[in-house]
Each structure stands twice: as C-alpha cells, then as structure tokens.
Design a protein around this ligand. Sequence first.
Ligand SMILES: Nc1ncnc2c1ncn2[C@@H]1O[C@H](COP(=O)(O)OP(=O)(O)OP(=O)(O)O)[C@@H](O)[C@H]1O
Ligand SMILES: [Mg+2]
Length: 277
Amino acid sequence: MSQIEVKEVTFAYPLREGVGMRAVKNLSFSVEKGEFVALVGMNGSGKSTLAKLLNGLYTPTEGEILIDGISTSKDENVFEIRKRVGMVFQNPDNQTVATIVEDDVAFGPENIGLPREEIISRVRSALDAVSMTEFADRAVSKLSGGQKQRVAIAGVLAMRPEILILDEATSMLDPIGRREVLKVAKELNEQGITVINITHNMEEAAFAKRVLAMRKGRLAIDGTPKEVFASGLLEACGLKLPPVMQLAKALADRGFEMPSSVPDEEELAEEIWRQLK
Ligand SMILES: Nc1ncnc2c1ncn2[C@@H]1O[C@H](COP(=O)(O)OP(=O)(O)OP(=O)(O)O)[C@@H](O)[C@H]1O
Ligand SMILES: [Mg+2]
C-alpha cells in the first residue's frame, strides 16, 4: 500500500444548477512515504484542487483517495486525514492566526486539546525544525515573508503530519525567502516527511525527485526531473524549461553536443568547457 493512493478521481466544483466544471479528471497516481514530489502545471490546471482533495478539504465526485489506507471520502476520517496532511499556502500574511510566533505555532495543538507540556514540546521542536527558535516571542507581523512561511510550516509540523503540501508557498517570497523555505522542506523530507511542492518555478521543480505535471485536470507527465525536462512534454503543458535547459537546447541547436539528460549549471559549464578544449 502506498502512502497516497489517488484512484480514478474526478472532482467537479458544485454549481447552483447542474454539474460544475470538472477541475480534476479521472486522475490516478500514488506516492510513497518519503518522496519529494513537485507538482507543476499552468494556471487552472487543477493543482490546488488536487491539494485540497489530498487533505480532505474536498472529497472526490468520483473515485477515491486513500491516505495511509484511510479514505478521504468518509466524514469520520476527516480529522485523521487533516492531521496527516498539512498544507501551507501562497500568501504568508493569510496564514497566521496569532500575534506572537509561538502562540501561532501552538494554535493547532491547543485546538485539539493536547496537554500543556506536550504543546510546549511540540512548539519548541517545530520552531527548531524551521530554524525560528530565536523568534519564538516576536510579533509575526515583523517577520520577513520567508520567516512567516517558516512559521506557517512550524504550525503544520506541530500537528506532526506525515505529508506536507506546499501550494505555491514560495511564490510570493524573495530569492532568500524561497531558499530558506526550500531548505526546510528538504530537511523535513530527509526526516521522513513526504513533501508535495506545487510550483510554477521550474528550477524548484528540478529540486524534487519526481515531477508530476497537470494539464486541464489530468496528469500529463510523471517522471524524474531529467526525464520530464528532456521529454518535450513540459512545453505541451504550456510550461517553460528551466533557463539552464533552455540554454542547453540553444547550444545544441548550434551544434554543441548536449547530454540527453538535464544538466545543472555546473554540469552544463563542464560540458561546454570540455568541448571548447
Ligand atoms: N471555488 C471554485 N469554484 C469553481 N471553480 C473553481 C474553484 N476553484 C477553482 N476552480 C476552477 O477549477 C479549475 C482548477 O483550478 P485550480 O485552482 O485547482 O488550478 P491551479 O492549477 O491551482 O491554478 P493556479 O496555478 O492558478 O493556482 C480552474 O478552471 C478554476 O477556475
Ligand atoms: Mg493553485
């Protein structure tokens, strides 16, 4: 059994009359515990809808989603699903509920009525995991965007999730904030948390071990970044290759021999240097 099993899932937003547009269409895939997946696709391709289906905010119109074997479609499972699947959204200013950092992180554990000691210990370890311990007693409003997103991640971590979904969590951040958040995601992944990073940034996608691309509510690509970037399918999904790949292609057009796989900047520089020599 995989940690996440999406089985022939279709989801239509309800309309006042009749059946709404299907935002997710007959989608099937699975994710193993500990994977780091990038989910890409054009605006409106269904990524956020899928994320909300994964954490039980929406339930499939058709098909089924199992998280650790637990169906998201049954009302009685909602609590278990939400506990397992944590989400961080795009806007750092919309995600905090308390004024002070540690109170914000404590909100979830307090809400489920955990004992005081347990709350303190969870808040401490969650802030530690995102390197925000020294900001525990600061005002959230005084933090940078990247720091706010790390506090939002800490709030999710305090619920001890098994899966972390970042829905464009870095898209409003400057490059430093983006790097900070990705570093935290990578560390958490190394500790065994499954990460699904929804992104428009192809370099961020290359950072994942597996890339899923959606197109009009369907899964169009599923592979390693190398496979996906080399396949030519990204362009068919309306997406652009990462700059380093665009450069590799432009060089190939001019007669350079390029490796069939995707180089990073270092590998590309090395390859050009080798051929120029
Ligand atoms: N609350 C809603 N009610 C009705 N339709 C919706 C709703 N939210 C999204 N949709 C529609 O569902 C489709 C998928 O939207 P979704 O937000 O999942 O896409 P996305 O891939 O996350 O896009 P983006 O990259 O812009 O965030 C779109 O056609 C969108 O207009
Ligand atoms: Mg979205």
